[in-house]
Design a protein around this ligand. Structure first.
Ligand code: DON
Length: 571
């Protein structure tokens, strides 16, 4: 066990220093390993679970399993073992990097038109509410795979903090209580019994005990993936889902596989960016946007003119998302072309300085769609351990409290990730995203995602970054890294006001503070339709290791309730 010299707990708006301040040498040698370990997650109890596992001698991969499982218990509105996600891993020993793809898959009985009405229009209610909206969960398989392949402590020890939180309970914060009220109309009977006992919503401070979920997690801990995808849990899930109108079978569950995929690596200025490949749209989008900015010789130093270039790069990347991206095991994606700098130059050549390009002028033309939804679901965490191993993970059940359906006896909320498919080619999904046949539903296929867990490495250090936020994930991660390139510290990166453009609808959303009055006037003159958001969005969690300074820092987005903790070792 490392002897701890200093523990810092960074919470939104405050930083506590406990213990002695470490005096560390700044030699290059000292810089080759981080001076300690750090976890940033969207919930204090999940961050603590990660730190607990690291203190027990677990590595970043063990901690990732612990944090994922704990988040599923304390933030079931965001993620859980009934959902899926992407885990980006970096092993420092041999600099091996991989993405563990625990994305949900469409059940075998799923079909391209399953959420369409007689006219071929998407019925949002079907792909978003109730167990018919659920893909086969990937998180349990991914956690088992990560613990057994990359961890040191084993799955059972990694899951212990989450099982304890489910069994013993934890007090609800105001945010959780608010989401119960917000979503209660979508809740299935078992969800109501858990969160609205006697018909009354649990309020802030109430202790939520989840014995069924504890039991389900325990089976996973005892038997690995088989403890979820076969046997009693699988039977309960299938019975519950089918009784609620869903289409899962035991074969669907038994056949689920977490996959490993090669990350996308991008070079921008002196930085190396490691990020996620399809079925996430993240890596391709980041690459296209950065390649366009390279072609434009972007420095970020030109105020609103630099922002205009970023907006246009976003527009073109989201056009390609809609046109080309889907599950790479089912569709041909012209990745070589989309990821080539020459393609970035081609796209950038169509950007007019200080002038908006109407989205309708870019092929393929589409119709105006709903604006991006102000999502508060899905969750991200970032970890670096004292060996320099890293994990960036974004995990989800899709919308708040998933499909609203809790499978009786399991404690598991069934995701509504099927809504991330293009249910039709004429309608957008919950995030206003359109899609093509590349993202059409097919049995066994993974829906296209925007989740973008990412590592950035270069002269200003190593950044582990990501956020929830539906279609806006990609643009948040881009803005975070652009701030990093310009020398921002990690607190500034997660807090900075954000803006977003996703091709359709043809408008620029922005948080308060992203554009000052002059910039708003200038953008309007350039032809942009601006949408000033009344509430903030995103929940970014980031860790930053600066080897040259031998510092390790972490920050949780001040927009929500997460915490970041850094534990420094004795030099
Ligand atoms: O995979 C995706 O892209 C979505 N299911 C993520 C949803 C999300 O981030 C909701 N956000 N706040």
């Amino acid at each position: 066990m490392d002897s701890l010299l200093k523990t810092r707990i960074a919470t939104p708006g405050r930083m506590l220093a406990i213990g002695l301040v470490a005096v560390l040498s700044f030699s290059a040698e000292a810089g080759s390993r981080p001076p300690g370990y750090a976890v940033a997650s969207a919930h204090p109890l999940a961050t603590d679970a990660g730190i607990e596992i690291l203190q027990q001698g677990g590595n970043a991969f063990d901690a990732a399993v612990a944090v994922s499982a704990a988040l599923g218990v304390v933030e079931p509105y965001s993620s859980g073992i009934g959902g899926g996600g992407f885990w980006l891993l970096h092993r420092q020993r041999d600099r091996f990097e991989t993405m563990v793809d625990g994305r949900e898959t469409a059940p075998q009985a799923a079909s391209r038109e399953m959420y369409q009405d007689a006219q071929g229009h998407a019925i949002a209610d079907l792909s978003q509410n109730g167990p018919i909206a659920g893909g086969i969960p990937g998180t349990p398989a991914a956690l088992d795979h990560i613990a057994s392949t990359y961890g040191k402590l084993g799955l059972a020890r990694d899951l212990a903090p989450a099982i304890r939180l489910a069994r013993e309970g934890f007090p609800l914060d105001a945010r959780f209580a608010k989401f119960i009220v917000m979503e209660s109309k979508r809740f299935s009977p078992a969800a109501q019994a858990l969160l609205l006992p006697g018909g009354k919503p649990l309020t802030e401070g109430a202790v939520l005990i989840q014995p069924d979920l504890a039991e389900t997690l325990q089976r996973l801990a005892d038997h690995g993936r088989d403890g979820f995808y076969t046997g009693a849990t699988a039977q309960q899930l299938v019975n519950g889902v089918r009784a609620g109108g869903g289409i899962w079978t035991l074969q669907d569950l038994a056949g689920y596989k977490a996959l490993e995929r090669k990350p996308i690596v991008i070079h921008f200025q002196n930085y190396r960016i490691v990020t996620v490949p399809p079925p996430s749209a993240g890596g391709v989008g980041i690459a296209e946007m950065l390649d366009q900015l390279t072609a434009l010789h972007w420095t970020g130093a030109n105020g609103v003119h630099s922002q205009q270039q970023v907006i246009e790069a976003m527009r073109r990347a989201y056009r390609d998302r809609a046109a080309y991206l889907g599950d790479p095991d089912y569709v041909e994606i012209p990745l070589k072309r989309l990821l080539s700098p020459a393609y970035g130059r081609e796209m950038a050549a169509t950007i007019q300085p200080d002038h908006a390009t109407p989205s309708a002028d870019l092929p393929p033309p589409g119709q105006p769609k709903r604006p991006a939804k102000e999502g508060v679901d899905t969750t991200h965490y970032s970890i670096i351990d004292s060996d320099g191993n890293r994990v960036a993970a974004t995990v989800t059940v899709n919308l708040v409290f998933a499909s609203g359906f809790l499978a009786p006896g399991t404690g598991v909320f069934i995701n509504d990730e099927m809504d991330d498919f293009a249910a039709s080619t004429t309608d957008s999904n919950a995030f206003g995203l359109i899609g093509s046949s590349a993202n059409a539903i097919a049995p066994g296929k993974r829906p296209l995602s925007t989740m973008t867990p990412t590592f950035v490495e270069g002269p200003k250090g190593v950044l582990v970054i990501g956020t929830p936020g539906g279609s806006r994930i990609l643009t948040m991660v881009l803005l975070g890294m652009l701030d990093f390139f310009r020398g921002a510290d990690v607190q500034t990166i997660v807090a900075a006001p954000r803006y977003h453009m996703q091709y359709l609808p043809d408008q620029v959303q922005f948080e308060k503070g992203a554009f000052d009055a002059d910039a708003q006037a200038a953008l309007t003159r350039m032809g942009y339709k601006l949408d000033a958001l009344s509430s903030p969005y995103g929940n970014m969690q980031a860790v930053l290791w600066r080897p040259a300074q031998n510092t390790l820092d972490a920050a949780a987005d001040p927009r929500a309730v997460g915490t970041a903790r850094v534990v420094l070792k004795k030099p």
